[in-house]
Design a protein around this ligand. Structure first.
Ligand code: NAP
Ligand code: G3P
Length: 491
């Protein structure tokens, strides 16, 4: 079935060493759709023994892969991009079924990943080393010449989150491969089937056996075994801050990259285009029901224009469509009951402490209506917690200094937006915000994917973004030639 990816009962398999494999004990996880609870299929619940096999295959395959010329590595990524484009409808449908991502966003995720693969191949080929003479340093001379190249780290453990099961797997896999590493991918349980289709694409692109391997299974079950495995040379993790912290404390002496949670603030100044800012904030807060790390998760608005701005937010939020992700909607069922309970609990907590519901505030199973909360105060949980749901809390502030102070009090530091007509004021504020990225007059967002993307504080460690990811998953190698050495003399 589909070249071995699954059997007649939609029991999906992992790709290890070029083979499609079930778990040795045939254990599996049933994957149900958040849309209607229907069974989509199963993914293997891999055991420690299965993980050892995948890790050994990845390690054995790495030497051959790092000797593969850059232009050939790039060719595999170009072919994978072409195949992913061919499979777009199939894979985007699976994404929709598996994580209730609306059809348009699911297709956009696949298209974006096609571009990601191609750009990574391009940029990977342009990576160069450098050289430096000893003379640059006092006492040095041209008799010493250091040739500096970049070398792969070895085997990368890539762990991806549910909300971009294809794109945030490729954002790790593609740069790792161009850097000469082999990869073991642990996809999210809810999103694992989508990620296995991605593995099929790489296999059909002809990627040599063992270069990319997948291990599905519950992160809470196999996570620690994966992150402490002796064959791993780098961990590239995207997910919640709680798990990221756990990984950082547990994995030992190994380089890691963490892209974690966020509580992105949009600062609305009294000299901005309010209608445009409202448009951006609604789109930033509610696309894919706010299940984005870079979603706008709080508004800090100067109180003199707050009434006007809230009215605009209300008008635009009420236009949002909710319902089946198979339709053209923004508001979709959340990933699971636990998330929906948590999000609705934040709404109830805020209302109990005096927040005013401007729109939404209702729930039907996992579908929560887009909820704008006004008069949110800093004693409410929603002022600080990451909902990962369709909530937009509004905190009214007296001035810019208060906005910056509240923005920086967050444990998170992913992105912020500043809306103003004064670019100088925007830069002044941006320099004071403790985040990885400040968007001036735009919603918070990750793309375009060649930009650096990073979080500080509880939002992460290290910098993603195609060139930055390749650099993160490679290391320098210096070869110093001592030109004055006697052995260099002509005989
Ligand atoms: P999550 O629960 O942390 O899971 C992320 C990945 O980690 C999944 O593959 C998960 O597997 C795995 N995992 C779980 N426990 C683990 C453990 N003990 N050891 C190793 N891996 C483990 O996050 P999520 O619910 O998928 O995604 C939502 C969160 O990720 C939000 O906080 C969001 O802000 C953040 N996120 C951040 C970014 C960013 O770029 N900064 C992007 C997307 C999402 P299972 O699925 O099997 O549990
Ligand atoms: O949560 C996923 C994170 O990477 C956000 O991506 O492109 O929706 O801003 P984006």
């Amino acid at each position: 079935m589909l070249n071995g990816l699954y059997d007649s009962k939609k029991n999906y398999k992992n790709l290890i060493g070029g083979d499609w494999l079930f778990a040795t004990d045939n254990a599996n996880l049933k994957i149900f759709s958040p849309i209607d609870g229907s069974l989509i299929g199963t993914v293997p619940a891999m055991s420690c023994e299965d993980i050892d096999y995948a890790m050994n295959v990845a390690k054995k395959s790495q030497n051959l892969w790092q000797e593969t010329p850059m232009y050939m590595r790039a060719e595999y990524l170009y072919r994978a991009a072409d195949l992913l484009k061919e499979y777009k409808q199939v894979i985007s449908h699976v994404i929709t079924m598996e994580i209730a991502k609306d059809k348009a966003s699911a297709e956009s995720e696949v298209e974006r990943t096609v571009d990601f693969l191609r750009y990574t191949a391009d940029i990977g080929k342009s990576l160069e080393g450098t050289s430096v003479y000893g003379e640059n340093f006092p006492g040095g001379s041209r008799d010493k010449l250091s040739y500096i190249t970049r070398e792969p780290l070895g085997t990368v453990l890539a762990i991806s989150p549910f909300n971009y099961p294809v794109n945030l797997s490729v954002s790790k896999i593609a740069p790792a491969l161009m850097g000469g590493n082999t990869v073991v991918l642990k996809p999210p349980s809810q999103g694992g089937i989508s990620a296995l289709y991605l593995a099929l694409v790489f296999k059909e692109a002809g990627l040599p056996d063992g270069v990319l391997n997948t291990v599905t299974g519950s992160g809470s079950e196999i996570g620690d075994y994966l992150i402490t495995h002796p064959n791993i040379d780098f961990i590239n993790f995207t997910g919640s801050t709680a798990i990221g912290h756990h990984i950082a404390k547990t994995c030992g002496m190994i380089p890691i990259m963490l892209e974690l949670g966020g509580k992105d603030a949009a600062i609305i100044l009294d000299d901005c285009n309010l209608d445009y800012a409202a448009e951006q904030c609604v789109a930033g807060a509610f696309s894919y029901s706010g299940q984005r790390c870079t979603a706008v998760k709080r508004i800090l608005v100067i109180e003199s224009i707050a009434d006007q701005f809230v009215a605009l937010l209300k008008e635009k939020t009420l236009k949002l469509k909710s319902g089946s992700p198979h339709e053209d909607v923004s508001i979709v069922p959340l990933i699971n009951d636990k998330s929906a309970d948590y999000v609705f609990g934040l709404i109830e907590n805020a209302v109990s402490k005096g927040a005013e519901v401007i729109t939404g505030g209702t729930r039907n199973d996992k579908l929560i209506s887009p909820t704008v909360l006004d008069y949110v105060t800093t004693d409410m949980e929603v002022a600080w917690e990451e909902p990962f749901g369709p909530i937009l809390p509004i905190i009214r502030v007296k001035n810019i200094d208060e906005a910056i102070s509240i923005a920086n009090r967050s444990e998170y530091g992913l992105q912020s937006s500043v809306f103003t007509s004064d670019i100088g004021k925007a830069f002044t504020i941006a320099r004071k915000l403790e985040v990885g990225t400040v968007q001036i007059n735009n919603k918070t967002e990750r793309g375009p994917d060649h930009f650096p993307f990073l979080g500080v504080k509880s939002s992460g460690m290290g910098t993603q973004g195609i060139k930055y990811s390749i650099e993160a998953m490679t290391r320098h190698k210096a070869i110093v030639v001592n030109l004055a050495a006697p052995c260099n003399k002509k005989r």
